[in-house]
Structure formats: C-alpha cells, structure tokens
Design a protein around this ligand. Structure first.
Ligand SMILES: [Fe+2]
Length: 184
C-alpha cells in the first residue's frame, strides 16, 4: 500500500530507474529508433505509468493558460529523460520538432496533436499530415527526431508523460525548433 510522501517518492524513483534502464536496453545504441522500437518503448512507459503514482498533490495541475514541466528522470549525461507535463486549459504549442525521438503518453485530460511535414518546395512551408490526433489517458504518440507537431489542450488542464531521446537541456532552445504556422 502507498505510504507517506517520502515512501511514495522513493518507490517512484526506484520504478523510474527500472523504466529508464529497460529503455536504454531496448535502444541498445539506436540513436534513431524506428517506429516499431518506439512503440515498444511506449509499451514500457504505459506499463510503468500507474506505478509512478502521479498525483496532483505531488505535482499540482497547471492553471488555465499555464504550462508546467516536472523533471521525473533526467539523465545528467543528456540521454533519454522523462518529464511530466501539465498544460492548462487554453494552452497550445506552435509547430516544432524535438530533434530527438519522443514518446508522449496521456495520463489525464486530452491534448490534440497536429502532425506536419515540410512541403516539397524551398519555402519551408508546412503541410498537415492526416487529421488531428487526440492523446487522452492511456494513449500514446510516438515521434521520430524530424517529425513536426503542434499541440493544443482540449478542455480542462491535462497531464502527459513526455519521454525524449535526449534531455531537454541538451536540445537546441525551443524557439529555434519552431516553424511558422501554415497559411500565416
Ligand atoms: Fe513537442
């Protein structure tokens, strides 16, 4: 049974250590995992999520218009790292790449994701790929390093786990990974 805050925190850290260890094993040196491998990583994340005991008492939810990032397991060497993101109602992100692979798992609430590709001209314009994809509780989105997406919260504030191939502190600044909106 869950104990006090310290006990919950140490059991979370232990589970996070196991999770990241199994992901590093799965990667086995693949700097650019394909979709099949990313889906395997997503399954590991989905299996671990209930045991991480992510509760609003420990990780307060974002207020409307607010975006919160909690570091759950950040590799000091810049390798695969896991974050908890709470985005408040009404928030959105512009089209961007991560320049590393990414797996997003919904925990609470719904985030709408629009994927894009670069049009085949020299203008760097974006074209939407398929319809918006809703990522709700238990649902995963996997992206490779070059994939481009934009997000917006549907309804109330949400929680998602974001697992990246590299720690965010080792990626180029967010603003330099963004694109103009199509038709802007
Ligand atoms: Fe993103």
């Amino acid at each position: 049974m869950p104990g006090g805050i310290e006990e919950v925190s140490s059991s979370r850290q232990a589970r996070l250590g196991l999770l990241l260890g199994s992901i590093v094993e799965l990667l086995a040196g693949h700097a650019n995992p394909d979709e099949r491998l990313l889906m395997q990583i997503a399954e590991q994340l989905r299996a671990a999520a209930p045991e991480l005991q992510i509760e609003p008492t420990h990780f307060p939810a974002a207020q409307p218009g607010e975006e919160l990032l909690y570091e759950l397991a950040v590799d000091p060497g810049g390798g695969p790292s896991l974050y908890l993101v709470s985005d408040g109602a009404g928030t959105h992100s512009p089209p961007h790449t991560h320049q590393t692979w990414a797996v997003v798992l919904g925990l609470r609430g719904v985030e709408l994701n629009q994927l894009y590709r670069l049009a085949g001209d020299s203008g760097g314009r974006l074209q939407a790929v398929a319809a918006e994809q809703a990522v709700g509780p238990g649902e995963c989105l996997v992206m490779q390093a070059e994939d481009i997406h934009a997000t917006r919260v549907q309804g109330e504030s949400c929680y998602h786990l974001h697992l990246y191939g590299r720690a965010l502190s080792h990626l180029p600044p967010f603003a330099t990974r963004c694109f103009d909106w199509p038709n802007s």
